[in-house]
Design a protein around this ligand. Structure first.
Ligand SMILES: C[S@@+](CC[C@H](N)C(=O)[O-])C[C@H]1O[C@@H](n2cnc3c(N)ncnc32)[C@H](O)[C@@H]1O
Length: 289
């Protein structure tokens, strides 16, 4: 991310989540009224316009889906797939959720399953400042939200979480959604080391990543040039067995590794068949204990 800039990709993914909150019942994925409130005014107006027009969200779904060759469908679907993993963890008694690179993630404000969970939101101060403003008047559904500013390139996660009373002796669930593709392999390893250091046995990590051949060579070039242009270069791609090996080195066993094709099973078949498997989600559990 360029210094002094708020993340633009986090705005766009939040806009997609807002769109799918307003969608007709067969496409609606979650109720994320908060996403719409947090959007910058221009994007918010576009989503509200689509929601008010007859068939507007369905049309936007198809138009954005075709323009991005199916990429946009994966965003709300991955969020819903991660929600399932977070809810399973909360139902098993986990009381700490750490969101790495939180952006405009609204889980703390929209997921009733977090009512007994403290949410630690880690993000760059430039992105987080905007979110703190937007959520000032919004009561969370989570028990508590702790905003933890961090520049992953300059500060360590244990140092920052230590300042916010994170308890490493209790189990936790970690969400790393839509971030790894922008990092170097060294930054990925440093983050996984930190997660492993702070995770008691039985903790869960849900992370998304791009596999090496996530799209056709032509679409990969377009995506990589576009990402570089907005200052968020795509740097990291790896295949499932490589991600599993990185996790295993840190005592995390993969329990789930799937893509948008599987996440789309919650949509009717006529919509699900348009979805392309760009990004993947790994859910892994810390062994031992
Ligand atoms: C694509 S957004 C994903 C946001 C969110 N997880 C979601 O899915 O909506 C990437 C996030 O990583 C954060 N980020 C990028 N570089 C960072 C850095 N050096 N330190 C802290 N956060 C960073 C951005 O601020 C942004 O919120």
């Amino acid at each position: 991310m360029r210094p002094g800039n708020r993340s633009r990709t986090s705005d766009w993914v939040a806009a997609l989540r807002a769109l799918y909150s307003e969608a007709p019942p067969d496409l609606a994925i979650f109720d994320d009224a908060v996403a719409l409130r947090l959007l910058p005014p221009g994007l918010g107006a576009l989503v509200r316009g689509a929601a008010r027009a007859p068939f507007g969200t369905r049309l936007a779904h198809r138009l954005i889906g075709s323009a991005t060759r199916g990429l946009s469908y994966g965003v709300p679907l991955r969020t819903a797939a991660i929600d399932d993993a977070v809810t399973r963890a909360a139902e098993s008694g986990v009381r700490q959720l750490v969101v790495l690179g939180a952006g405009l993630d609204a889980r703390a404000w929209r997921m009733p399953s977090l009512r007994e969970v403290t949410v630690f939101e880690l993000d760059h101060p430039d992105t987080q400042g905007f979110k703190r403003e937007g959520t000032r008047e919004l009561p969370p559904l989570a028990q508590e939200v702790r905003f933890c500013s961090i520049d992953f390139e300059r500060q360590t996660i244990p140092e920052v979480l230590g300042q916010h009373a994170f308890d490493p002796s209790a189990r936790s669930v970690w969400v790393w959604e839509g971030v790894t593709m922008y990092l170097t392999a060294e930054a990925i390893d440093a983050t996984l080391d930190a997660v492993a250091e702070l995770s008691k046995a039985g903790s869960t990590l849900a992370m998304t990543y791009l596999p090496r051949e996530y799209a056709s060579p032509w679409l990969r070039t377009v995506s990589e040039v576009g990402a570089m242009w907005i200052g968020e270069a795509l740097r990291f791609q790896e295949d499932p067995h490589e991600i599993a090996a990185r996790l295993k080195q840190r005592s995390f066993e993969v329990e789930q590794d799937d893509s948008a094709t599987e996440w789309a099973e919650r949509w009717p078949p006529r919509e699900a068949r348009r979805v392309r498997p760009f990004e993947r989600l790994t859910v892994a559990r810390r062994a031992g204990g």
